[in-house]
Design a protein around this ligand. Sequence first.
Ligand code: CP
Length: 339
Amino acid sequence: MMVSESFTPEEPRRDCDLQLNSSGNLQHLLTLEGLEAKRIQELLDRADTYLSPAGSPVIRTEDLVGMTVANLFFEPSTRTRASFELAAKRSGADVLNLDLNTSSRKKGESILDMIYTLVAMRVDVFVIRDGSAGIPGYIARHVDNHVSILNAGEADVSHPTQGLLDLLTIRQHAIRHHHGVLDNLTVTIVGDIAHSRVARSAAAGLSALGVGDLRLVCPPSLAPAAGLFPGATITHDLDTGIAGADVVMVLRIQRERIDNPDGVPGSDEYFANYGVTHERMTKAAANAIVMHPGPMNRGIEIESSLADGPSSVIRQQVTNGVAVRMAVLATVAGTISAQ
Ligand code: CP
């Protein structure tokens, strides 16, 4: 992963304010932290309109006809990249998937020079994944108001479209079993909380929507820094954390982000203490669902048959991901095309 030589991480981070334009409309999606509940609900409501039953034709729109979306992934991805591409195409956009292994960033071009070059080719929306904290916000600060930056995964900080698709999936469960409200719902996130942008974005969105009880379960060595999850309770005991939970979100250990593995459990020890299994799920609420953002390590953080079982909504999350990304693209396209 390359970082622009002109990138200045010490710039003040006000990503939540930065993502709205001067008229208060969503121009960029950088974080769910600080995003109003009303705006989140509007995105989820819009995503609902892009869902169609399996086996029926996918929904296509003309929301982005005449626009170009560029996917710039400086870290690996299967789900996010593919679903942004499908979402953009189903919305009528031209899509550019830049091969960053052969891009001129490898020759020392700064990230901003690369963005400005693509803007000159009339790219309107940039979907960016990067392993350095602050990159999406940094770029958003330096583009004009007819360009949109969408954060597709930023280090261990933020993954807002993953957060939205998780919220949509949880809301679907709440509609079926809890009258559509989240305030009496218990959501338990299990895994490597310390390095998880997925947990950060899910927690921010769930808090905004007023979730009843948010619990984090992790080994002590993978606990988050103090203050990152306001309102959540943290436990190191899986059975305690899972008891009565309506939603159990399982995360993998992000070994690629761990510089010093001392104290981090090996795979067998981790599965024994933190692996989510059928047996563990008997302590959760009746009708509880199991989520995982992927990629999954079967037999390490989740029992393989549980991932494929009736309580699993993992593939539903993937389906929801395309709809959510269509909703985000349509929303920011409406903002930037009105400039
Ligand atoms: N959930 C998620 O971000 O998956 P990818 O890394 O495959 O995009």
